[in-house]
Design a protein around this ligand. Structure first.
Ligand code: FE2
Length: 403
């Protein structure tokens, strides 16, 4: 028997006519939503910012981690520390200096690399692909690959690895906006059987470290098994650079994060926030609305730029908002809710929303900004201003652009 939602549009008290625009004077809008806001949802108008808490106890809380504080390079992606994970997705933070000395093969799921820093050369079953900061590289499950970062003193690479455990990556349906919106599929690059690939096809001993069910097995060959002379088919790694993403926006409506969906996993999505103009309609919200995404945990990795809705967040940091509370813009962004002091964002960030609860990895204890839960509290004015909870290296108050 098919099911349907207990869902009847209703209205009570003072409201706007439609979401995210022309809010009742002096109110703050909150969106409450099921199914990642694709199910029943309500917009509520509050007298106070819903993040105005003054105390918090218990295990559930907003969390933030500074991945740049994690220990240094590892030659193996399988030694990269777990940032957050559940049965369907694993986020790892990998720093690599120099060339990998073996091939990796992830038999647990498709692997999505996001290059945060540096550049290098990826060699895989399918050929050679140069990679640089801002690239996503989707490696189908069980692809054999290795990454060569510049040898020291060259810049090491830093990557976010997003494993679709037990699953596959797909592209979202583009619906009303058509197949060439957000990015034209023509910008997806594939590895090439080129001179660099042929040059690495040696007869020397190579090992493949295969990850299956979280455990590593090692297979030894007397030659380099990346020895294809050609291939054809519709299964291959793809590269997408965030500079090729042309985000959707509306001058009259603050689009939800789902408009920025880049890849779909089985029970999670990967979205990309890229620079875009702010809404220009006088009554339209210019910042993310307060919301509780009641069926999802939300993660954002900050890659580059000035993060307009977050105070004291720098590139290389991660915020983690498990479901169960309302979150939204920080105080300085909220001050520009309708009248931002600039007319565009310049941020690049990767968002991962998961249907099932995430747990931080054990290494995250050393990288956590424990004061994050208090970061929505307006800072007291004057010489008694408290700075203690701010993460090390955060920009001074005056240097951050309020929007
Ligand atoms: Fe959120």
């Amino acid at each position: 028997m098919s099911r349907r939602w207990i869902s009847l549009p209703q209205r009570a008290g003072e409201t706007s006519r439609q979401a995210h625009a022309d809010l009742p004077a002096g109110t703050f809008e909150r969106e409450l939503g099921k199914e990642g806001f694709f199910g029943p949802a309500t917009h509520m108008y509050h007298r106070h910012p819903p993040t105005g808490w003054t105390g918090w106890e218990g295990p559930l809380r907003p969390r933030a981690f500074d991945l740049t504080k994690l220990a240094g390079e590892t030659g193996s992606p399988w030694d990269a520390p777990l940032v957050l994970g559940n049965a369907q997705v694993k986020l790892r933070w990998w720093q690599l200096a120099g060339a990998m000395e073996f091939l990796a093969r992830n038999a647990d799921g498709d692997e999505l690399l996001f290059v945060h820093q540096g550049k290098g050369d990826l060699f895989c079953d399918y050929g050679h692909l140069a990679v640089k900061a801002g690239d996503y590289v989707m490696l189908p499950r069980s692809t054999m690959w290795r990454l060569d970062a510049p040898e020291p003193p060259g810049e090491p690479m830093a990557l976010l690895l997003i494993e679709a455990t037990g699953g596959s990556y797909r592209l979202p349906e583009k619906g009303l906006v058509g197949q060439h919106a957000i990015f034209d599929p023509g910008v997806l690059d594939i590895p090439q059987i080129d001179d660099a690939f042929r040059a690495q096809q040696t007869e020397s001993r190579w090992q493949v470290k295969v990850k299956r069910r979280g455990e590593i097995s090692t297979v030894t060959y007397p030659f380099n098994p990346l020895d294809a002379v050609g291939w054809h088919g519709d299964l291959a790694p793809v590269r997408l650079n965030i500079a090729d993403i042309r985000p959707l926006m509306s001058h009259r409506y603050h689009l939800p994060p789902s408009a920025h969906t880049t890849f779909l996993g089985e029970r999670f999505v990967v979205c990309t926030f890229a620079p875009r103009p702010f809404e220009s309609d006088p009554g339209a919200l210019k910042v993310p609305f307060f919301h509780n995404n009641d069926d999802f945990d939300e993660v954002i990795f900050y890659h580059a730029g000035d993060f307009f809705s977050r105070d004291n967040i720098r590139p290389g940091m991660v915020t983690f908002h498990p479901c169960g509370f309302t979150h939204g813009p920080h105080p300085k962004a909220l001050a520009g809710m309708l009248t931002p002091k600039r007319n565009s964002t310049d941020e690049y960030a990767v968002m991962i929303d998961t249907r099932d609860a995430l747990d931080p990895g054990p290494a995250m204890a050393g990288a956590e900004w424990t004061g994050y839960v208090e970061s929505w509290q307006p800072k007291p004015e004057g010489p008694a201003k408290k700075e203690g909870a701010k993460p090390e290296g955060a920009k001074p108050e005056g240097a951050k652009k309020a929007r």
